[in-house]
Ligand binder design. Structure first.
Ligand code: SAM
Ligand code: CA
Length: 238
């Protein structure tokens, strides 16, 4: 697949930037030329999926890979896999003996990307669990060997549960570990007047606004809300 710009933003064609041209400039200059061939293939096969927009934005993914490398992440957890863009990106970034616990209640979308994950030679790093995420997190926390042992978490599933995920993820993370929460700007709607927001977006808009306030007040973590993709909030456990 050529390095052609594919806008991956559900709301506007420029995200929070001044213009679509500037967004395209960043993608074409810094993101697509460095994107792994298998990630491009995964994007291509996902593009025909009716919910293709759920795939992680490549610019946010690139930043996530930088974070993973910066902290030498080896043991990670992902909540919300879909066809596996962020999962493959993580698997390509962590060392060969790294491990990802990947949770999604729908295995069939994971299976769309699985042949590419296999081809990329990183399947052995992945433990995919088909389940609602909360019970899996609670189960993991029952084993003291898991507490405070994860380097990194990526949270990208139902927005209503972000605060519940955060409480559990914090217990799983090492001090200094990083959690990334995706879609925290929810297509820009968090800053819009409620009356101008499409009804389909109202529920997760409310959840995102509440989560953003909650995390901003959490003294257990250092945070930065980064306007990449649909907005990602990066937290470092103190
Ligand atoms: N990170 C993925 C990527 O890069 O393509 C996108 C994840 S997509 C936005 C959200 C996923 O969360 C969906 O695949 C959905 O099945 C899953 N999901 C939604 N609610 C969930 C829940 N309560 N527990 C586990 N998975 C859930
Ligand atoms: Ca997302």
């Amino acid at each position: 697949m050529a390095n052609k710009t594919v806008i991956n933003n559900s709301s506007t064609e420029k995200g929070v930037l001044q213009s679509a041209e500037l967004y395209n400039y960043i993608m074409d200059t810094s993101v697509y030329p460095r994107e792994h061939q298998c990630l491009k293939e995964l994007r291509a096969i996902t593009s025909t999926h009716p919910r293709a927009v759920m795939g992680t934005a490549p610019d946010a993914g690139q930043f996530m890979a930088l974070l993973l490398k910066t902290i030498n992440a080896k043991k990670t957890i992902e909540i919300g896999v879909f066809t596996g863009y962020s999962l493959l990106l993580t698997a390509l970034t962590i060392p060969d003996d790294g491990k990802i616990t990947a949770i999604d209640m729908n295995r069939s979308s994971y299976e769309i990307g699985l042949p590419i994950i296999d081809k990329a030679g990183v399947k052995h790093k992945i433990n995919f669990i088909e389940s609602e995420a909360l019970p899996v997190l609670d189960q993991l926390l029952k084993d003291p060997e898991n507490k405070g042992t994860f380097d990194f978490a990526f949270v990208d599933a139902d927005k209503d549960n972000y605060a519940n995920y955060h409480e559990r993820v914090l217990e799983l993370l090492k001090p200094g570990g990083i959690a990334v929460y995706d879609n925290t700007l929810w297509a820009g709607t968090v800053a819009m007047d409620e009356s101008s927001v499409p009804e389909s977006k109202l529920g997760s808009r409310k959840a995102s606004i509440e989560f953003n306030k909650y995390i901003a007040g959490d003294a257990r973590v250092q945070i930065s809300q980064v306007p990449l993709g649909d907005g990602i909030t990066v937290c470092r456990r103190n």
